[in-house]
Design a protein around this ligand. Structure first.
Ligand code: FE2
Length: 293
């Protein structure tokens, strides 16, 4: 995989453990110790394998109502993997055979009995949407990946949610851009309601990204390496990609509380007037033979 080279890096402030949240959300990513999140006698991967090893990989759903995407399904097929148990066995055994990134495994839909063993650190603050009925918004998810796996699509999460991450095991690099950098990031509209411009065309893992997307050189990314037993909160609308530096498992949950609920509701409402615009764009794309994205 090509080296990720960044034009500029600014320091990241660290959170104050147990400090809780004031009336305003943090304005920079918060990186902190989060050692006691997984409260279960067995290590996380083993507990998942024992309770849910029978689940088929091609049925594991993400929180935006999609199931495993066709590209992921093909990766699992090529790797000769059918079930979550087979995947985790290979992960735990350090089997040298290829292992695709296992992303977007919904805790509520796929691992529900284990949810109570995942205890959010205080740095996540109050979370008003972490409930199975509100999974579309909070979507706690698990990611399992070998060193070198990456989530290459630069994006912000929807509707001004904050995002909390904990490295249950392993080390992961987060490359994050502040919200005001959106103007340099070649943004495009997401396919789901409320159709926000929350995706970026910039592919940071391509070695020529500075030539292909020259405006992105003006952006001010931060790089945060989160180790095992550490957490991270990305405040609302921070753009991000991730790269697994060391085989590991990440738990993440989206956060809505007093600091962002007004923007959260507002972004949903803005989806309503966007509907005719999106319909026209889709029709135009269809007539031009372009695939909607
Ligand atoms: Fe995200």
């Amino acid at each position: 995989m090509p080296e990720l080279s960044l034009p500029s890096v600014i320091p990241v402030s660290t959170g104050r453990p147990g400090a809780g949240w004031g009336w305003r959300p943090p304005t920079t990513p918060q990186h902190f110790a989060a050692r006691d999140v997984w409260q279960h006698p067995k290590p996380f991967a083993e507990a998942v394998r024992d309770a849910y090893g029978h689940l088929r990989l091609d049925t594991l759903g993400g929180t935006y109502s999609w199931t495993v995407r066709p590209a992921n399904r093909a990766q699992f097929e090529r790797a000769g993997l059918t079930t979550l148990g087979e995947y985790l066995d290979r992960f735990l055994a350090n089997d040298p055979r290829p292992l695709p990134y296992l992303a977007h495994v919904s805790v509520h839909r796929n691992l529900a009995r284990l949810k109570r063993h995942l205890v959010p650190p205080p740095e996540f603050g109050p979370n008003w949407v972490d409930h199975p009925r509100l999974d579309r918004f909070s979507g706690p998810e698990i990611y399992v990946g070998r060193k070198g796996c990456h989530f290459a699509g630069l994006h912000v999460d929807h509707c001004a949610v904050h995002v909390g991450f904990v490295q249950l095991t392993g080390r992961k690099r987060f490359v994050a851009f502040p919200p005001e950098d959106a103007r340099y990031l070649y943004t495009w509209r997401a396919i789901h309601f409320p159709w926000q411009r929350r995706n970026s065309a910039v592919r940071l893992f391509q070695p020529d990204w500075q030539e292909r997307w020259p405006e992105a050189r003006k952006a001010r990314p931060v790089v945060i390496d989160v180790g095992p037993g550490e957490g991270l909160v990305l405040p609302a609308n921070w753009w991000h990609v991730t790269e697994v530096l060391e085989d590991g498992i990440t738990w993440n949950v989206r956060i809505v509380n007093h600091t962002n609920v007004a923007r959260f509701v507002g972004e949903h409402l803005l989806g309503i007037p966007r509907a005719p615009l999106v319909a026209v764009q889709r029709l135009r794309d269809r007539l031009a033979g372009r695939r909607w994205q």
